[in-house]
Write a protein that binds this ligand. Structure first.
Ligand code: IPM
Ligand code: MG
Length: 345
């Protein structure tokens, strides 16, 4: 069956890295005889310019009808004061598609180990996954802003915690079989419920080991001993913070992909980095996060594990050959990096 993919290039370096991702997709599809069709749609600041809204109705409809969605990056300084900011479009898309499970794998590539801000012996063997709840918690509770007072409500239901917990246990059971649940149960009611649900869900996965960390100590452990983790699972806001912390362990934001899943609808795949407006349009952007997001899509939405692996191996070979973009200490352009990956493929 022909897979329908909606591509949201967005802002800043978005269009350049999306083009790179789609070129790799074309190459890998040819090699593995996959048929797919790409529909490009406006999203983020680019959509504000053309439609007056970061998530136009036709973009949302296209996303709902797709088998998978690729998103490059959104946001630019000129929209900081916009009536509806590009980021709002992303939150609406997550909510409309029910993308409750955000999966961010953190893996250190050997040829890039020296780029990490941590000592090499600490970074060795780091390979974990952050599972972040993405459609609940304080992001989607009531926000109320007055002149001299403000509040944001953090709320979680049993069911919302249960379904993200199951995602984490499922992922862990295919990996090193360890789940670390992160909360702030010494203070927050939502975290007390979170911990209770995790313990209950764990009973269905007897071969996976569950432990708990308070979010502050988890932030510390991620620096002093990141190799200890296998699967981390946490609520929306803690996940936002910890996944950024995790992503810089590699010394660059440019190499990590992510996936967001719903219960039954299409999943969305995107780099973990932003739109980097400072280098947009100069051919300097590292396309690897986007390319690895394409690989994640192949594996998780299209069940094409072999094609995904071929892309991942081609990326590693390219690093090993010393072909690196500027953020990785090299001088390859976006196009040179992409072409090298396709050659290795
Ligand atoms: C992320 C981003 C978003 C978030 C912003 C852009 C709203 O930081 O995907 O982590 O906070 O979720
Ligand atoms: Mg974030």
């Amino acid at each position: 069956m022909t897979k329908k993919i909606v591509a949201l290039a967005g802002d800043g370096i978005g269009p350049e890295i999306m083009a790179a991702g789609l070129e790799v997709l074309t190459a890998v599809a040819k090699k593995f005889s996959l048929t797919y069709q790409v529909e490009e749609r406006d999203f983020g600041g680019a959509a504000i310019d053309r439609h007056g809204h970061p998530l136009p109705a036709e973009t949302l409809t296209a996303c709902k009808g797709a088998h998978a969605i690729l998103l490059a990056a959104i946001g630019a300084p000129q929209y900081d004061e916009a009536h509806i900011r590009p980021e709002r479009g992303l939150l609406m898309l997550r909510q409309e598609l029910g993308l409750f499970a955000n999966i961010r794998p953190v893996k250190i590539f050997d040829p890039l180990r020296h780029l990490s801000p941590l000592k090499e012996e600490r970074i060795k063997g780091v390979d974990f996954v952050v599972v972040r709840e993405l459609t609940g918690g304080i992001y989607f509770g009531q926000h109320h802003l007055e002149d001299r007072r403000a509040e944001d409500i953090n709320a979680y239901s049993y069911e919302e915690i249960e379904r993200i917990a199951r995602q984490a246990f499922e992922i862990a059971s295919r990996r090193k079989k360890r789940v670390t649940s992160i909360d702030k149960q010494n203070v927050l009611a939502t975290s007390k419920l979170w911990r209770r649900v995790l313990i209950e869900v764990a009973k269905d996965y007897p071969d996976v080991q569950l432990d708990h960390q308070l979010v502050d100590s988890a932030a510390m452990l991620m620096i002093i001993d990141p190799a200890r983790f296998d699967v981390l699972v946490t609520e929306n806001l803690f996940g936002d913070i910890l996944s950024d912390e995790a992503s810089v362990l590699a010394g660059t934001l440019g190499v990590m992909p992510s996936a967001s899943h719903s219960e039954t609808g299409p999943s969305l795949y995107e780099p973990i980095h932003g739109s980097a407006p400072d280098i947009a349009g100069q051919g300097l952007a590292n396309p690897v996060s986007m390319i690895l997001s394409v690989a994640m899509m192949l594996r998780e939405s299209f069940d094409q594990g072999a094609a995904a692996e071929a892309v991942e191996i081609a990326v590693e070979q390219t690093f090993a050959q010393g072909i690196l973009t500027r953020d990785l200490g090299g001088s390859a352009s976006t196009t040179e990096m992409t072409e090298a990956i396709i050659r290795n493929l």
